[in-house]
Write a protein that binds this ligand. Sequence first.
Ligand code: URA
Length: 188
Amino acid sequence: MLNWEQLEAACSGCTGCGLCETRQNVVFGVGNREAKILFVGEGPGQQEDIQGQPFVGPAGKLLDDMLSIIDLDRNINCYIANIVKCRPPKNRDPLETEQEACIGFLNNQIALLQPKILVCLGRIAAMRMIKEDFRITKEHGQWVEKDGIWMTAIYHPSALLRDVSKRPDTFEDLLSIRQKMKELNIQA
Ligand code: URA
């Protein structure tokens, strides 16, 4: 297992899959490295690729608003990362091979953080982190304990931008995350 500095250095020089050829920046992750709650998206989009930070485009603005509802702030008390650290061209879903090549970085981030809660943002992250056949429409907001970490998935903020009818469900899911934080004595 690498420490944070080693891991970030390894990640920034990675040529483990074809995405390294089209990226502008590796998007390692952001947040408090002592945080006990981790949010996992699928992969960087255009703005993220340009700025080297996760969730800084329109979906990121919405994510920050969602976090603030439950007293979370990316600069203070949570951590945000992605399944793949480099942008898939035209924002397509990351391929299985790309996810496989990259997942070790996220696993190392998890080992360093030791989060008590992991929230998957959208279907791709949930299928990778919770279970292969995860159905986001049916199973968002449900909790499962895996390897000592409480995991759940909510709709991806991009999905909430496209379809506002999903927002009330997501509000409930956020409250459920808040409740789980209380149960597990996680300071907001
Ligand atoms: N969508 C994601 O899944 N991750 C990001 O970092 C940005 C958009």
